[in-house]
Design a protein around this ligand. Structure first.
Ligand code: PSV
Ligand code: MN
Ligand code: MN
Length: 426
């Protein structure tokens, strides 16, 4: 199932007049404020976000799972789905694989398929939170932090294997997320668990190819409910420093306690040159269940404001690996990802509109009211026609979601793959 350029052109034809009127209005407004509109559009067009292979099937909860039908049940189909999203949005130019769920059978064919859809392979993700069939040791009580050396060795070996698979695909980074922790006080010796984790990560780091990065995620709870070994950005930052210069912290939006000032974390990590990756999602209470921007779009904008500031002022921080990490259980996953990409682009565009010079001046004068006016002025701008223009310039659809529905893609996927499909994933 592929979308052709002609199908997109046809869909754009219907939207063109409306789009042009809105764009010209905005272009005029922005030009009056001395904004370089063409530059802005270029930045938006260049911004690419990876899609994780596990987001393409409807997610489940421990209470059940409802299929969305026509879901991908193998790696080829997952890549095809990302191809559909990328064709429509031109913003999803990479896929992030989870091993062992996505081990390719035929590397040449998989790479060729990705190339034909203009997709790169983003970070590879290891999985030491599930026991695999036939594995010798169990991760029930942790992996890299486990009290048993044999378990730790198995988990280290798995991560090394994942690096090897990533190398064959052309990935350049490994993301480590650990479920390790404890559910009851006294279950773990905090220091021992952290010490083991640090040593295990150092061991994995030794196998990292010279041009690779290692991303270390943190998460305060779940699946363990009393403590997690890498609970917060400080712990992740400390471990990344212990490993070396190719190790970085990864911020996942859903991995914070309520009301945490995530934008400040982003800012601190970028200043220290240690923010490597970013996982987008949204939540009301915690973790990553909801579509990006569906609950706290202003918070997302404030985070992007710091990301943009960091990208412009912190050459010590490398280019970031952007990824959506959301998987919920009731929407069509492709529609959900299209909405997430739109929300990301919106927040990014609005952050690019912040007048940094005026903001600095207002900060220096302690003009608190004006500081807020500057940020909210940018946030309240309707930037949708700008994003549409960036997409159109790259051959994407003015309205990806409408086009997806008009082209009846899900119906065709169901015809092709059947109703009773189960995607591997979270
Ligand atoms: C679990 O919380 C999680 O969502 C992490 O954010 C990882 O990035 C992802 O799963 C895949 O392992
Ligand atoms: Mn994540
Ligand atoms: Mn998560």
């Amino acid at each position: 199932m592929k979308i052709s350029k002609d199908q997109i052109a046809e869909s754009n034809q219907k939207e063109q007049n409306n789009h042009r009127v809105q764009f010209e209005f905005l272009e005029d407004q922005l030009s009056r404020k001395n904004v370089h509109v063409a530059e802005l559009i270029q930045k938006l067009a260049d911004f690419q976000v990876a899609i994780p292979s596990w987001a393409l099937g409807a997610g489940g909860t421990r209470f059940g799972r409802f299929s969305y039908y026509g879901e991908p049940s193998n790696l080829t189909q997952k890549i095809e789905d990302v191809g559909i999203i990328h064709m429509l949005t031109r913003t999803a130019g990479a896929i992030s694989l989870h091993i062992p769920w996505d081990v390719p059978e035929d590397y040449t064919a998989v790479k060729e398929l990705a190339r034909s859809l203009d997709l790169k392979f983003d970070a590879v993700n290891s999985n030491t939170f599930q026991d695999q069939k036939g594995s010798r040791e169990s991760y029930k009580f942790g992996s890299l932090s486990n009290v048993s050396q044999a378990v730790r060795e198995q988990a280290i070996a798995h991560n090394k294997e994942v690096i090897g698979i990533g190398e064959k695909l052309g990935s350049k980074s490994l993301t480590v997320w650990l479920a390790d922790g404890s559910s009851f006080p006294g279950q773990n010796n905090f220091q021992t668990a952290l010490h083991h984790t640090e040593n295990s990560l150092k061991e994995i780091y030794k196998s990292l190819p010279i041009d690779w990065k290692m991303f270390i995620e943190y998460k305060p709870y779940e699946p363990n409910f009393y403590s997690t070994v890498i609970q917060d950005w400080g712990t992740s930052f400390m471990l990344a420093n212990a490993c070396g210069e190719k190790a970085y912290s990864l911020v996942d939006l859903g991995h914070h306690l309520p009301n945490t000032n995530i934008e400040q974390i982003v800012s601190t990590l970028m200043w220290k040159g240690k923010l490597g990756g970013f996982h987008f999602n949204d939540s009301k209470f915690g973790d990553d269940d909801l579509t990006v921007g569906s609950i706290k779009p202003y918070a997302l904008f404030l985070i992007f404001n710091e990301l943009v500031y960091g990208m412009e002022n912190n050459p010590q921080n490398p280019d970031l690996a952007w990824m959506i990490d959301a998987s919920h259980n009731i929407k069509d996953p492709i529609e959900d990802l299209i909405q997430s990409l739109e929300a990301i682009q919106e927040a990014y565009a609005k952050a690019l509109l912040v007048d940094q010079v005026a903001l600095k001046l207002a900060q220096q004068e302690n003009d608190v009211t004006q500081c807020q006016e500057i940020l909210q002025g940018a946030y309240r701008t309707d930037v949708r026609s700008l994003i549409q223009m960036a997409r159109v310039q790259k051959g994407g659809a003015i309205h990806p979601l409408k086009a997806y529905r008009e082209l009846a893609i899900r119906k065709k996927l169901i015809e092709e793959r059947g109703k009773h499909t189960i995607a591997t994933g979270l």
